[in-house]
Ligand binder design. Structure first.
Ligand code: GLC
Length: 424
């Protein structure tokens, strides 16, 4: 094979092995005879997942949980799971899933329905949006762990010192950001501008906040309506005309935005609630100086939050569904969710924790947060969501980079979506 060097050949062979092409999936038993259950997750910020696994393994000496820490971007992990599950085997017995993956994974038959185990009474203990997002075609496939909704963080201290009030709408936010920023020392607005799933979450908040929608009640794509174009124009203006966001925003995921804000280098930030504990942690330059509020929209009160969230499923190909269930039930117990909250600021999907004295003592804002979570809006629920997301990502990103006008971008995204969503 001319040109194919040994290291590259080895990499290729390893990749094929991981994909199960040669029928060799990773060992299902560890050297000490324990059953091994694998799952893929993002970076374990704060170490909460490692702690939960340690506690579980101490209670279940016959089971070893192997967490594979993958990339932070949700859509990249969705691809990794898909590649593995498409092969019809169970590299991952357990699936740690973003809410938007459920329709596809369920429609493909990759997941075990959990209805027998996760009864309606148990479902009632979790936030309704998280449960709803776990159901596909009348069956439930996911045990919610983390609830999520986009929110606006702001520098309370700076806003108050300058005699401003928190913004009431988008125009207000731009005005305050411009007045208080002093780039590159401090920017007006940090958000998720990279081409990945987070960009879609941010765009949808603009879209809904400007009165638009992706798909109407009859299944027609309407994202290229005037509202959709205006929403994108507002988002693009942050970096192209108002210059309240740095050019580097095009590389920002959640953590890049959080770091900028936490270092005191942004007046406003759109992010998920996990950032609260971190920006207020010991040693954080903005500890105690931060306020949170719902995202703003075109007019006062029109702001919207994207519903996010994560939860557990069991692969339909797992040889150990009982053991997998034991783990996911443990990982979503009130105790475990408290560990994730304490260590990583992960917002629990269980209702009871919003009244838990220990949680409330640390997070008096939880009562307000609960209302935002309840009001959060789902992304389009569709087995082809990943392709809807790709179309939005591609064109919103091109507009942010100044390569397409907002109108071209939304027309382009809508045309791509129409080709597969409206097809009969
Ligand atoms: C958060 C949300 C998830 C979303 C992701 C985008 O993790 O919980 O639903 O897809 O952010 O970056």
């Amino acid at each position: 094979m001319p040109g194919l060097h040994l290291p590259r050949l080895l990499t290729l062979l390893c990749a094929l092995l991981v994909m199960g092409v040669f029928g060799c999936s990773p060992a299902k038993e560890s050297a000490d005879g324990r059953i091994v259950l694998r799952y893929l997750a993002g970076p374990d910020v704060g170490g909460g997942s490692r702690e939960i696994i340690r506690r579980f393994e101490a209670l279940h000496p016959g089971i070893k949980i192997k967490m594979v820490e993958g990339p932070a971007a949700s859509n990249i992990r969705e691809n990794m799971y898909s590649t593995s599950l498409m092969g019809g085997e169970s590299t991952y017995d357990i699936t740690y899933m973003d809410v938007v993956w459920v329709p596809k994974f369920a429609a493909q038959g990759w997941l075990l329905p959990l209805d027998d185990r996760f009864t309606p009474e148990m479902q009632d203990e979790f936030l309704p949006g998280d449960v709803l997002g776990s159901i596909y075609d009348g069956k439930i496939y996911r045990l919610p762990a983390q609830s999520d909704a986009g929110m606006l963080y702001y520098r309370k201290d700076l806003i108050e010192a300058a005699g401003f009030k928190p913004p009431r709408d988008w125009e207000d936010l731009v005005r305050i950001a411009k007045a208080l920023q002093d780039p590159p020392k401090i920017w007006g607005f940090a958000f998720q501008g990279k081409q990945y799933e987070g960009l879609v979450c941010d765009y949808l908040e603009f879209l809904w906040g400007f009165g638009g929608r992706v798909i109407d009640k009859d299944g027609k794509i309407i994202v290229d309506s005037q509202e959709g174009i205006d929403a994108l124009a507002a988002m693009v203006s942050t970096v192209r005309t108002h210059h309240i966001s740095p050019e580097g925003i095009l590389t920002f995921q959640e953590e890049e935005a959080r770091h900028l804000f936490q270092e005191g280098k942004a007046v406003f930030m759109r992010n998920w609630p996990y950032a609260w504990n971190l920006v207020n942690s010991e040693g954080s330059p903005v500890k105690g100086k931060v306020g949170i509020m719902p995202m703003v929209g075109r007019i006062p009160g029109s702001g919207a939050a994207t519903l996010g969230g994560w939860g557990w499923g069991i692969s339909a190909y797992s040889e150990h569904p009982e053991e997998a269930w034991k783990f996911i039930a443990f990982a979503t117990s009130a105790e475990s969710l408290k560990v994730s909250y304490r260590k990583g600021g992960v917002i629990p999907a269980r209702k009871s924790l919003f009244k838990d004295p220990e949680v409330l003592a640390k997070s008096p804002h939880f009562a307000k947060l609960y209302d935002v979570l309840i009001a959060a809006r789902p992304r389009p629920v569709h087995p082809m969501y990943a392709r809807i997301s790709d179309a939005i990502q591609l064109h919103v990103s091109a507009a942010l980079a100044g390569q397409e006008t907002p109108e071209e971008a939304m027309k382009g995204a809508a045309a791509e979506m129409r080709a597969f969503v409206e097809r009969k």
